[in-house]
Design a protein around this ligand. Structure first.
Ligand SMILES: [Mg+2]
Length: 307
């Protein structure tokens, strides 16, 4: 661990630093608040040993400042020659995690460092697990692409970005034709296999880093295409449709083709959507049109389609 020793007394800094080195850690020294804040800003500090009695800014005040500036938790242990109970309470209130009286005994300092290290490791693990959980909650477990929640987050980010860039944001709502008949006749395991295949084909076809594909629900997928004008969206829709047909996934119960095909509704911010929800609604309306037109194709949103 990198341990920051904040003390205005050089002799104490050196003694404590020697103990830290002895315990197998790296001491970094600061003689006051300016140097302490500088080190916290520029190096990775795992633990702070903080003197309380310092001129200008004392240890309590400096701790409060650190807690304000650095949202991530860094363990802070106070060092003071005052062993009054009030001091201990005040230190914890100021945001400190523990309290040691000077002169510091090596064995005690070592034990405290070990305890803080343990807590710090647990916190790292917890942070990692939380991050993993966040990813998991936005991924569809079957197809491994974004789920509805992941899609909604992606769309909101893309929408905000689009408003700043004054660009065109396109949305494709995609539905597998006669999927219910596929499931009913081939069984759900085959149906799941089909959904996974479709998701893989779409993921491969959407090769721009900014594009994303999500499972909207059941057999519905949705693609978010930032910075894509209508022509580009139309091209993408055609491309997705054809890439899937190339796979020739048998579907003898479809009335359009003996293979799995899709219908796609296309919306774009240039069609007047005021919110992300509008954009989804428009794509849905266009999808309905594509189905009415005989499926295995795409349709663009048009305001005359509303109602
Ligand atoms: Mg002092």
């Amino acid at each position: 661990m990198n341990i920051l020793v904040v003390d205005d007394n050089r002799v104490i800094r050196d003694i404590v630093s020697a103990m830290i080195k002895d315990s197998g850690h790296v001491p970094i020294q600061a003689d006051g608040h300016v140097a302490a804040l500088h080190h916290l800003e520029t190096s990775k500090i795992d633990l702070v040993l903080m003197d309380i009695e310092m001129p200008e800014v004392n240890g309590f005040e400096l701790t409060q400042k650190i807690r304000l500036i650095h949202p991530e938790w860094i363990p802070i242990i106070f060092l003071s020659s005052n062993d009054g109970e009030n001091y201990l309470a005040q230190g914890i209130d100021a945001g400190g995690d523990d309290y040691l009286t000077k002169p510091v005994k090596h064995v005690i300092l070592n034990a405290k460092i070990k305890a803080m290290e343990r807590i710090s490791l647990m916190k790292d693990e917890l942070d990692r697990a939380n991050k993993q959980l966040e990813i998991l909650t936005s991924i569809d477990p079957l197809t491994q692409i974004l789920n509805r929640r992941g899609f909604e987050e992606t769309l909101i980010t893309a929408w905000q970005h689009n408003e700043r860039q004054k660009s065109d944001l396109s949305l494709l709502m995609i539905d597998i034709d006669f999927f219910k008949l596929y499931n009913d006749n081939y069984g759900h395991p085959k149906g799941d296999e089909c959904l996974t295949k479709v998701a893989n084909v779409f993921t491969q076809s959407l090769n721009r880093a900014t594009d994303s594909i999500a499972r909207y629900g059941g057999e519905e997928f949705v693609a978010v295409l930032p910075c894509t004008p209508v022509d580009g969206a139309r091209f993408k829709a055609k491309d997705l449709k054809l890439s899937l047909l190339k796979e020739k996934i048998r579907h003898e119960y479809s009335t359009v083709l003996p293979f799995v095909s899709v219908s796609i509704g296309v919306s774009n911010t240039c069609f007047g959507a005021q919110t992300p929800t509008d954009l989804i609604k428009q794509a849905d309306i266009a999808l309905y049109k594509a189905k009415q037109d005989g499926r295995n194709g795409y349709a663009l949103f048009d305001s005359s389609l509303e109602k």
